[in-house]
Design a binder for this molecule. Structure first.
Ligand SMILES: Cc1cc2nc3c(=O)[nH]c(=O)nc-3n(C[C@H](O)[C@H](O)[C@H](O)COP(=O)(O)OP(=O)(O)OC[C@H]3O[C@@H](n4cnc5c(N)ncnc54)[C@H](O)[C@@H]3O)c2cc1C
Length: 252
């Protein structure tokens, strides 16, 4: 992140990527761009629809299911580990000019080269971006190509907003695909985001591909111990947040 002078002389934070929406799709996209050294900001209103799920039983890797709010917390932590910045904020509008995008919230503005829209059903903040094509199919979706690109250079849509099927793993996977697409479109040296055993490439006479890491046994064991400790701690107690439901069913 660095600073860019705004028209009124104030300084905007500048990021390579601003992700609007920190549900499963947005957090997954951010994890990929952040891990590969694109400065990445996630702006999230804090209202992922996954919070309404009662027990998530079809997300791979959790044979007995997982509390959906716990999963969102873990995805957020993973984005943090990848070096992303996360803020709770409602994005009000975005615009594009020759320098890239300006993304505004109530009170702040951010500059970005790439924007990922991952806001499920909300598109109003894109109204001022020329060239965004919306699709009405009962709900409103953003029209994208097979890799999540909209018609606007640098603007991508991910997850349910991009018309993907309404399952968390599908939307998370699409977010990851959009993140990898940005890395490819940015032309940065990037090879699959793989972590491999010591010598996997180099003992075969290959250079270590950009973005890859080889771990020796001690480092592999250290990371496994850290991951076991982390998961033991995160799952030690029931998640503290209350079950959420459809707004029309709330008592308040
Ligand atoms: C009751 C219920 C049960 C479900 N059960 C399952 C299930 O068992 N299994 C399953 O796979 N899926 C389930 N789902 C579906 C799953 O939750 C969604 O498919 C998935 O969350 C979509 O991911 P997403 O990232 O596209 O959207 P979301 O997870 O909804 O994330 C969108 C994010 O964008 C943010 N946002 C919106 N507008 C703005 C803005 N202007 N500025 C900033 N942030 C903004 C929101 O706050 C939200 O955090 C269920 C859904 C519901 C409602």
């Amino acid at each position: 992140m660095d600073g860019t002078a705004d028209q009124d002389g104030s300084t905007q934070e500048r990021y390579d990527v601003v992700v609007v929406g920190g549900g499963v799709a947005g957090l997954s996209a951010a994890t990929f761009t952040g891990r590969n050294d694109l400065t990445t900001l996630v702006l999230d209103a804090g209202d992922s629809i996954l919070r309404r799920n009662a027990h998530l039983e079809n997300f791979p890797g959790f044979p007995a299911g997982v509390n959906p709010r716990r999963l969102l917390g873990l995805l957020g932590e993973q984005a943090d580990t990848a070096g992303c910045t996360r803020r709770t904020a409602h994005v009000t509008d975005a615009e594009r000019d020759d320098d890239g995008f300006t993304v505004r919230t109530n009170g702040d503005a951010y500059a970005a080269d790439y924007v990922v829209a991952a806001t499920k059903g909300e598109t109003g903040y894109l109204d001022a971006v020329d060239g965004v094509s919306l699709v009405e199919r009962g709900k409103t979706y953003v029209d994208v190509d097979e890799r999540g690109r909209t018609g606007v250079p640098g603007l991508y849509a991910a997850g349910r907003l991009a018309g993907k099927p309404h399952q968390a793993v599908v939307c998370a996977g699409h977010g990851a695909e959009v993140g990898a697409t940005i890395l490819e479109d940015d032309d940065r040296p990037f090879y699959h985001d793989w972590v491999t055993p010591d010598g996997y490439f180099t003992d075969r006479g290959r250079d270590l591909p950009p973005g890859c890491e080889e771990l020796d046994a001690a480092e592999r064991e250290r990371r496994e111990a850290h991951s076991r400790e982390t998961m033991r701690e995160r799952f030690a107690d029931p998640h503290p947040d209350a079950q959420e439901t459809h707004p029309s069913l709330r008592d308040d």
